[in-house]
Write a protein that binds this ligand. Structure first.
Ligand code: KIV
Ligand code: NA
Length: 265
């Protein structure tokens, strides 16, 4: 099978084929995800929580991200590989963002992900114009957890919803090819997805009407001991193996049966 490229992802979006994304942090799970239908592997800074046992993603460093990106990239053959820029590694300036993106690309990532709306558009454009594909991330942005007052649904007020729509359009205009929508009411995520012409929306707690879905691997395998958010489904439930659980997730995203109403805001 051919490796997935930005062109492949654009074609999938245009054809209405849902994009299956999962986080991975090491080579064995990257290979497992790939052989069970995962299109996109995300080395998320959620590794702070699920690998390191931190209370948030804030302590994650560039060194941690580079190490785990190398581990995943060595195993990935078909999947598109995205790595998170950790807190503090891109907010200072577009130049800082490019310098750290270059490290993630050298480690094997094909795209970087950063959190933030319109205020990050200048940085997104700076990266894209210099050859770095960018995935944006809006809605609940975990690196801003202290500012947001906890892990809660975003865009519930009229003003909040309008801001999020404007953010999505600004990020698309800046050249982001993908955007993660986290903890966003399903109707708002659907409206945002409809409003875009090229940027693919990937939902996590954002309803079924996104161009794709993502979950944290340790959440959907139910190996993370922390409290599970409403949008998480335990795919080990009724699965005979980890392979089967990931295959069930991929199938459920592709056929639109995940997320269901019970996982949605
Ligand atoms: O770090 C992460 O795993 C993420 C996903 C939840 C989108 O950013
Ligand atoms: Na993240």
């Amino acid at each position: 099978t051919q490796p997935i490229t930005l062109t492949t992802l654009a074609k999938m979006r245009a054809a209405g084929e849902r994009i299956v994304m999962l986080t991975a942090y090491d080579a064995s799970f990257a290979a497992l995800c790939e052989r069970n239908g995962v299109d996109v592997l995300l080395i998320g800074d959620s590794l702070g929580n699920v690998i390191q046992g931190q209370k948030s993603t804030l302590p994650v460093t560039m060194e941690h991200m580079v190490y785990h990106t190398e581990c995943v990239a060595r195993a990935a053959q078909r999947a598109w590989v995205i790595a998170d820029l950790p807190f503090g590694s891109y907010q200072e300036s577009p130049a800082q963002a490019l310098r750290n993106s270059a490290r993630l690309l050298a480690a094997g990532a094909q795209m970087v992900k950063l959190e933030g709306g319109t205020y990050m558009a200048e940085t997104v454009r700076f990266l894209v114009e210099r050859g770095v594909p960018v995935c944006a991330h809006i809605g609940l942005t975990p690196q801003s957890v202290h500012q947001l007052g906890g892990y809660r649904v975003q865009g519930k007020t009229e003003a909040g919803a309008a801001q999020m729509k404007a953010d999505a359009l600004a990020l698309e205009a800046a050249g982001a090819a993908m955007v993660v929508l986290e903890m966003v009411p399903a109707t708002l995520a659907a409206e945002i997805t409809q409003s875009l012409t090229s940027m693919a929306t990937i939902g996590i707690g954002a309803g079924k009407d996104c161009d794709g879905q993502v979950l944290v691997l340790h959440d959907m395998l139910s190996v993370y001991p922390g409290k599970k958010a409403r949008f998480v489904k335990n795919f080990m439930d009724g699965a005979a193996s980890i392979d089967a659980a990931v295959a069930a997730y991929s199938a459920a995203v592709k056929d639109g049966s995940f997320p269901a109403a019970e996982h949605t805001y």
